[in-house]
Design a protein around this ligand. Structure first.
Ligand code: SF4
Length: 458
């Protein structure tokens, strides 16, 4: 294991994007309308080999509020409200499938939220069969769903499995009772392990557990116990997210008392211990917040330099068109990004008018496409060979990126990257600061207003 230099981490701790898109979401604008979205769908339909499809469904409803939550969610137990949303989601699917030409196959499908399993098993089965008859889904498609073990029955999982889902991602955050209580998420260990057992029994191929560090009352000792329990459960993937306390952006976070949060130094110690412990237990540090077993597709894709980033984080499916459906969901079609309307009523109204419910988006320029490629390579491969980039984009790398390379000197001096034979190689320490390194290639980041928009990089 490498030594973690806390002084360096502090030095580079500043707001920065997570690069699940480039340009990042704050650069989407309302001049990108639903007509432009439709033009892009038609343009990609007409390509000689139209890209395969990746589908994302946003199911925003949750039963209770977790105080740390940063998602676009709606707390409700009103079943009529949920039913109405599903009805409109189906309208959106109906509208979209009239525009996407037949023959384009779905290779990846994901339900996120919110809590998709706040739908009951019958609603799940009904929505799956609607989706399955609306799109052509490859038999080996990667189909994942986010679940919450609280309120989940085996029937929920059976409905997902028999509908073709083969991957499960489950929120845990922390196994410690005191921490769970402080964030309003009581979830006994037995409940989590019971659900994991059902997932395995039903033959899902992969399970991911989400943890979070930086929550109230966490210490190195308590979080180490959470990691021990997690390692014992042996999920294929583990995500360990950094809790960002931003009550001015997410009002409910004010329900967490700042004095209960671990100090920045302790948080860093927890991060260091987490990386050491999980890598010692055999997990590969994929980057950012993700760990995977060496035989997991993410780790294999990273070894083969086939890893990619999109709105769901790291992905093994590069080159697809991603269609997001449901409020707030984001699509990545051809040379564009777009985001759906955020308010339920506006989303319903757009669909009542049979218009695609787009709120804003952006067309990528040639420079955006080049920089997105470079940033993705840095974030996913931890290295960047200048030659293939020059060949693909017909540029002279040192000339095009002269200011980025000048900025790289500080990272070189700090031992975060090396440049060997016209190749940037990120060191072990640099992997922890990968967002900072990628930011160097971001054509928008220098703008002052940009800096205020992102979470801190460590
Ligand atoms: S269950 Fe998930 S989405 Fe819902 S409030 Fe809790 S963290 Fe947020």
């Amino acid at each position: 294991m490498f030594n973690i230099d806390f002084e360096l981490i502090k030095k580079y701790d500043r707001p920065g994007p997570r690069y699940t898109s480039y340009p990042t979401a704050p650069h989407f604008n309302s001049s990108f309308t639903n007509e432009k979205y439709l033009d892009e769908i038609i343009r990609t339909n007409n390509e000689t080999n139209p890209p395969d499809l990746s589908l994302y469904y946003h199911l925003p409803f949750c039963d209770t509020l977790c105080f740390f939550c940063g998602c676009n969610m709606i707390i409700t137990r009103n079943r009529d409200r949920i039913q109405e949303y599903i009805k409109y989601l189906k309208n959106e699917i109906d509208l979209l499938r009239t525009y996407i030409i037949p023959g384009r196959k779905v290779v990846q499908l994901h339900w996120g939220g919110g809590t998709p399993t706040h739908l009951n098993p019958d609603e799940i089965t009904d929505l799956i069969s609607f989706i399955n008859k609306s799109f052509e889904i490859r038999s080996n498609a990667e189909e994942g769903c986010e679940i919450d073990p609280r309120g989940l029955t085996k029937e929920h999982l059976e409905a997902l499995r028999s509908g073709g889902f083969n991957r499960i991602s489950m929120g845990v955050q922390d196994f410690n009772d005191k921490v769970q209580k402080a964030v309003n998420r009581p979830q006994p260990e037995e409940m989590t392990t019971q659900v994991v057992n059902w997932v395995r029994e039903l033959g899902f191929q992969s399970i991911n557990l989400d943890l979070m560090y930086g929550l109230p009352f966490q210490t190195i000792e308590t979080f180490e116990k959470t990691l021990d329990t997690t390692i014992n459960i042996s999920p294929n993937r583990i995500a360990v997210f950094n809790y960002a306390h931003v009550p001015w952006m997410k009002k409910h976070m004010a329900l967490i008392k700042p004095e209960d949060l671990p100090a920045p130094e302790e948080k860093l110690q927890i991060l260091k211990m987490t990386i050491e412990k999980l890598t010692k237990a055999g997990y590969v540090f994929i980057g950012m917040d993700h760990f995977a077993k060496p035989n997991d597709e993410l780790a294999v894709a990273q070894r083969n330099k086939k890893l990619y980033r999109n709105f769901q984080g790291y992905s093994t499916h590069a080159g697809t068109d991603l269609y997001g459906m449901g409020i707030t969901s984001i699509s990545q079609i051809g040379k564009s990004y777009s985001q759906n309307l955020k308010k339920e009523r506006e989303y319903f109204d757009a669909l009542n008018n049979e218009t695609l419910p787009i709120e804003r988006g952006v067309y990528l320029t040639e420079d955006d496409i080049l920089r997105r490629h470079v940033i993705t390579k840095v974030m996913c491969d931890f290295e960047l060979d200048f030659k293939p980039v020059e060949k693909q984009f017909n540029i002279e790398f040192e000339e095009y990126f002269s200011s980025a390379l000048n900025g790289m000197q500080e990272f070189i001096d700090d031992g975060l990257v090396e440049i060997i034979n016209r190749k940037i190689v990120v060191t072990q320490m640099g992997r922890l600061l990968i967002r900072n390194i990628a930011m160097n290639f971001d054509g928008y980041i220098e703008r002052k207003e940009d800096k205020a928009r992102y979470s801190r990089t460590v």
